[in-house]
Write a protein that binds this ligand. Structure first.
Ligand SMILES: Cc1cc2nc3c(=O)[nH]c(=O)nc-3n(C[C@H](O)[C@H](O)[C@H](O)COP(=O)(O)OP(=O)(O)OC[C@H]3O[C@@H](n4cnc5c(N)ncnc54)[C@H](O)[C@@H]3O)c2cc1C
Ligand code: FES
Length: 460
């Protein structure tokens, strides 16, 4: 028997995020922060704490896009393995990357204590480990090298023969943490307001001007001395269209899937896990007085580039059932993860940087040209069934056609408003996804996540 799963993130129904009004008049501030995910709210918090007047605007609701879809492992362990970091950046910079992660966790802990935010934060052990069923002594040897290197750089890391829950070789890293992300961000938003910050939701930054510096949102002008762009994907605005667009194309957007379920209290260890397979899976626990929630993520792929999106969560559910037998599966969701050169957008990582740029952007010319000449999936609106989307030939162009459960049809242009590739239907998320740089659009064409900034146009 298949039980219906909640298709929203586990966090969305239990956060108590306050609501904030739209911007409805011109105003001014020392700083405007555009985007109210973890990056924007943290920047606003630090600015307000430094006695700067700050306005934070978001085109939707706070903490609802990526920061509402995360699995919220708080860790210094990056997706790029420590041995690779040292190869690419050298020991000092690799150490700085891990140090920064550790410092960020400590800062979150400090903020939570100062404002007494009830968000399930706890320090736990983290393990990266061989995936059960993946044979190979080479991986075990590599894990040993990772552990030695981490210890040499001064981190509390130890090689273990058996990772908790999986029983496979791994590296234990002490001093990692977990948090309920939306409860934490609800507390952070309240702290920003208590320190004098102003938050406006449903307020879309539409225009930037730089002499004098200002952001126009909802048709109102916010004059300011500084602007923080915290939109996950950079906006094309100040700094020149060409520069920002080039940076957008340097980002690689991946879709990642997560499933969650309820288990009896204490039957799984309260640890963070990541395996070393590609794509990797990540696991954590959210604890309650009388039960625990187990969360497993993974199955990443470049956004818009696979057809089997609907099979990814069921695969994760089978893996979670193997890790936590008897789990009562409750939630499934997905979101986007960005991969980019570490930390600094302008860092000149000559050899690897250029290679990564070519590798991640090989999709753009391929899909742009292929999709121009490929046939559409149908020639008539009747080809689209209820609850389904299809790219359909229409008036000599290609239209993104969606028919909702009640039978109503929405027709938009299928051309991505970022750089002109054709979007495709994602049946798992019910979104239009662009295979070139990963923009996602709602069935009615609204932008869910960039780099595209404008909705899918009216179909011709
Ligand atoms: C499935 C999944 C699992 C993950 N797991 C982890 C993990 O375990 N640990 C970890 O550290 N990270 C994890 N991540 C990554 C992490 O969630 C993101 O890096 C982080 O949430 C990004 O936060 P952000 O504030 O930069 O972006 P977002 O949370 O996306 O916020 C950006 C905000 O900008 C707003 N915005 C965009 N354009 C405009 C505009 N023009 N005007 C106004 N507002 C605008 C958006 O509405 C949005 O609210 C995961 C991500 C996913 C999807
Ligand atoms: S063309 Fe770049 S995201 Fe669509």
């Amino acid at each position: 028997m298949t039980t219906a799963r909640d298709p929203t993130p586990y966090w969305s129904d239990s956060a108590g995020l306050p609501r904030f009004s739209r911007l409805d008049a011109d105003t001014e501030a020392d700083a405007v922060v555009v985007g109210a995910g973890i990056t924007g709210l943290t920047a606003a918090y630090e600015l307000a704490a430094a006695k700067r007047s700050v306005v934070i605007i978001d085109r939707g609701r706070c903490a609802s896009v990526d920061s509402g879809h995360t699995s919220a492992h708080l860790t210094m362990v990056t997706d790029t393995r420590l041995t690779d970091l040292v190869d690419q950046l050298g020991r000092a910079h690799a150490q700085a990357v891990w140090d920064a992660g550790l410092a960020a966790i400590a800062r979150i802990d400090e903020v939570i204590r100062r404002h007494e935010i009830d968000c399930g934060f706890d320090w736990v052990e983290g393990y990266f480990h061989q995936r059960p069923g993946d044979a190979g002594w080479r991986e075990a040897e590599r894990l040993e090298r990772d552990a030695e290197l981490a210890a040499e750089l001064g981190f509390d890391a130890t090689c273990v023969r058996e990772t908790p829950l999986t029983g496979t070789p791994g590296v234990r890293v002490d001093g990692q943490a977990r948090v309920h992300p939306r409860r934490y961000l609800a507390g952070l938003a309240k702290a920003v307001v208590a320190a004098g910050g102003r938050i406006h939701e449903h307020t879309d930054a539409g225009e930037f001007s730089d002499q004098p510096l200002a952001v126009t949102a909802n048709g109102h002008r916010i004059a300011c001395r500084d602007i923080v762009i915290a939109t996950h994907n950079p906006l094309v605005g100040i700094g020149g269209t060409a520069g920002a667009t080039l940076f957008q194309t340097k980002l690689a957007l991946y879709s990642s899937y997560v499933v969650a379920g309820r288990v009896a209290k204490g039957v799984v260890p309260d640890v963070l896990l990541w395996d070393t397979a590609d794509p990797y899976r990540y696991f954590r626990v959210e604890t309650y007085r009388d039960h625990d929630i187990v969360i497993l993520g993974g199955e990443d792929h470049k956004t818009g580039q696979v057809a089997d999106t609907a099979e990814r969560c069921p695969r994760l559910e089978r893996a979670l059932e193997a890790l936590a037998p008897g789990v009562e599966l409750t939630h499934r969701w997905s979101g986007q993860v960005i991969e980019a050169d570490l930390f600094d957008p302008s860092r000149k990582a000559i050899r690897h940087g250029l290679w990564d740029y070519l590798k991640e952007n090989s999709s753009y010319p391929y899909y742009l040209i292929r999709d121009r000449f490929a046939g559409a999936e149908g020639r008539s609106l009747r080809a689209v069934r209820r609850g389904e989307g299809k790219v359909v030939e229409r008036n000599g162009g290609k239209a993104a056609v969606y028919r909702d459960a009640a039978g109503a049809v929405t027709v938009r242009s299928a051309t991505c408003t970022h750089m002109g590739c054709l979007v495709r239907w994602n049946p798992s998320e019910k979104t239009w996804d662009c295979p070139c740089h990963g923009s996602r659009f709602a069935p009615d064409g609204r932008v869910i996540s960039g780099p595209a900034e404008a909705p899918l146009a009216e179909a011709g």
